[in-house]
Design a protein around this ligand. Structure first.
Ligand SMILES: [Fe+2]
Ligand SMILES: [Fe+2]
Length: 143
């Protein structure tokens, strides 16, 4: 299978226009690429779990950071967005709980792809909504 299928790449369209958050999103993408790399290279289960745990820890910090910004902006969709964060967290935790050495290769691959898909969907659908709000808000504040 081709490597490109496994690796997410950052591009400017993914920018939310907030440097700190872009840095976190880039880091998150790197961690997910690292997880998929470990699965693809059939690394030890302990290494795969370690990389999945890094994603969980990073997601918790990143989601809390976004929610703190929403509170500061009085972002109207904050509750809705936080709900998606909780759903993504639960999905990551479930995947982590199910990762065991009993898995077949295709189950590993499926788990890695699911993590990637969850992140991409959240970034493209939910995070882009606050990007637009933030842009409009900043312009209104400046005028
Ligand atoms: Fe988010
Ligand atoms: Fe995000």
């Amino acid at each position: 299978m081709q490597d490109q299928v496994w690796q997410l790449e950052w591009n400017d369209k993914l920018s939310v226009g907030i440097d700190d958050i872009d840095v976190e999103h880039r880091h998150f993408i790197e961690l997910i690429n690292g997880l998929n790399r470990a699965i693809l290279d059939r690394m030890d289960i302990s290494e795969i779990r370690r990389r999945m745990q890094l994603i969980l820890d990073d997601a918790a910090q990143h989601f809390a950071h976004e929610e703190a910004l929403f509170a500061a902006w009085h972002y109207p969709d904050a509750d809705e967005h936080a709900k998606y964060h909780r759903q993504a967290t639960a999905a990551f935790q479930e995947i982590m709980a199910r990762l065991s050495d009993k898995h077949t290769e295709s189950e590993w691959i499926e788990a890695g792809l699911k993590v990637k898909q969850l992140l991409v969907e959240h970034l493209i659908t939910e995070d882009m909504k606050y990007r637009d709000y933030f842009k409009a808000h900043k312009q209104a504040a400046a005028s």
